[in-house]
Design a protein around this ligand. Structure first.
Ligand code: GAR
Length: 221
């Protein structure tokens, strides 16, 4: 009996704007052999993004495409597309990339682009999610990995992790606990995607061939 041929390693491009701690979690999972993929390029829209240093330390090529160098969103996105497509990626990962895309950009990568957002989507799209959840008296907050569509923070949900909001939580303390969960669910989602287990099929997220419910896979320790 012959064993199945392992799937080819996926080609990955990661977009960042800042610290890159989620990038680091994914680099660590690749280096540990957990993710059947290779990060071909890290692209930042900011020169001082610490994630570029993380890429350098991991011997991953990095580059900067400054949105400030372009007169409009469309020309910036065209420059991003040119760089991304030069690596023929199977997967585009948004890891704290804080720019809004044109529809053309999103549609180009629609079934192969993931984002992580610090809330239990569809709640708390946008910014300052931790503070808003505390102010609203929520009992729980969390993070979500989702496929990216034209709607900001609105694409189909893939994996979600929740944390309890504690009585003395500040936005910072809550953010830290959510970040810890982000660093678990993003590598997990990427691992599944790279093993062809997680897919977007006709707008529905599937895991191992079965549709997930609209909240995605609920991760627990
Ligand atoms: C993460 O908390 C991520 O959820 C958030 O940016 C942070 C980046 O941190 N993304 C968004 O808010 C997207 N709407 P990192 O650079 O340390 O990974």
């Amino acid at each position: 009996m012959t064993s199945p041929v392992p799937a080819a390693a996926k080609r990955i491009v990661v977009l960042i704007s800042g610290s890159g701690s989620n990038l680091q979690a994914i680099i660590d999972a690749v280096n540990a052999g957990r993710i059947n993929g290779k990060i071909e390029m890290v692209i930042s829209n900011k020169d001082d993004a610490y994630g570029l240093e993380r890429a350098r330390q991991a011997d991953i090529p990095g580059c900067v495409i400054r949105h400030t160098d372009y007169s409009d969103r469309d020309s910036f996105d065209q420059a991003l597309i040119a760089e991304i497509d030069s690596h023929s990626p199977d997967l585009v990962i948004l890891a704290g990339f804080m720019r809004i895309f044109t529809p053309e950009f999103v549609n180009r990568y629609s079934d192969r682009m993931l984002n992580i957002h610090p809330s239990l989507l569809p709640k708390y799209k946008g910014l300052n999610t931790h503070q808003r959840a505390i102010e609203d008296g929520e009992a729980r907050h969390g993070c979500t990995v989702h496929f990216v569509t034209e709607e900001l923070d609105g694409g189909p949900l893939a994996v979600q992790a929740a944390v309890d909001i504690l009585p003395d939580d500040t936005a910072d303390s809550l953010q830290q606990r959510v970040h810890t969960q982000e660093h678990k669910i993003y590598p997990l989602a990427v691992e599944w995607f790279c093993n062809d287990r997680l897919q977007l099929v006709s707008g529905q997220v599937q895991l191992d061939g079965s549709s997930l419910d609209s909240q995605g896979y609920q991760f627990t320790e």
